[in-house]
Design a protein around this ligand. Sequence first.
Ligand code: NAD
Length: 377
Amino acid sequence: MIVGSRREVLSGMGAGLAIAGLGGGLAAGLRVPPAIAGTRKIGYAVVGLGYYATRQIMPNFAGCEHARLVALVSGTPAKLEQYSAQYGIPPSHRYSYADFDRIRDNPDIDVVYVVLPNSLHAEYTVRAARAGKHVMCEKPMATSVAECQAMIAACRKAGTKLMIGYRSRFEPYNRLAIELARGGHVGPTRLVAAEHGFPIQPNQWRLDRAMSGGGSMMDIGIYSLNAARYLTGEEPVEVSAVESTDRSDPRFRQVEDRVSFVLRFPSGIQATCISSYSSAHNGYRVTGTQGWIALEPATSYSGQVMTINKGGTTASRVLPPPARNQFAAQLDHLAECILTGTTPIVGGEEGLQDMRIIEAIYRAMAERRHVVLTELG
Ligand code: NAD
């Protein structure tokens, strides 16, 4: 997708200085407010000890300034035992799904982090809110607009915060891309192209519609959609979409494989996006009137590569390593919002908006027509 004609790699201090003027505003938004330096750490209970929780989230509490892991919830006693031993979680802070609601009585737990299959996000978010806990919920927020609305309502009623795990919003290259694109670094944006996909392994809950709520769009295509929204800072007014799914492939009996969708934004910006469960993609390009900004990979766990074309020159941008990686910064962000009484930059409304647009994409696919977002109410 992205080919640089000439690569001029900036590195080390030079790169830091080179981007300081460009990345300062958004980067400042993630700096720890001095007022909460040294205050207590916010305690998280992680619910669901699967791949993402155990391999990506739990190890990254070590890099947090304001968040710590204090409790675990799992239906598998052996996993509870293993990870509790690894992270020093005492028996009093280990829960099964059946006794999950007892978290209400544990003052060490401030936040419940829901890292379960998509169909369980709403139930555990609502139960956590009823127990008086703040919630971090993985993407996709839920499997329908109605579930998202119920989650927002439950947290609002309980007076607790709700944040969705859009980790790329805490990743430095994505933050710089947002600032450059919205700031007109390559002129006003005309087009965004975003591609996300991977060849999915068979026999897993992601391929069971009741558990996932849908196919590639729910899981990986949501990165293309969310990037189109955060890079433009606008909300689409119209979508069109084309699906291509081989229903004889046992993986795709219930859910969609490839989706190409187009979003039209109020300013006239178009986003052409790809979502795939049978091919590997991870990147986006923002094209303005004077050049383009590309990130590939864009939303990976690490290894982002940024390339910018401007004034006839194509060059790479290399940022210095961040003090906190995207996972730690995401965990800390909700903690900092709790400590300072502020609102997460990716709250429930952000997850709800993606779900609204995904429902519109599914409708456009099914009915083979353009769908105007206001049609959906
Ligand atoms: P996973 O299958 O590895 O883990 C899911 C966990 O839920 C397992 O421990 C499983 O035992 C448990 N579980 C509880 N009840 C279950 C039930 N009824 N059926 C199946 N499993 C049940 O999945 P994962 O990859 O860790 O994904 C979990 C969530 O995290 C998903 O919503 C996914 O979209 C999200 N995720 C986000 C990212 C990201 O980068 N933000 C990456 C991967 C996954």
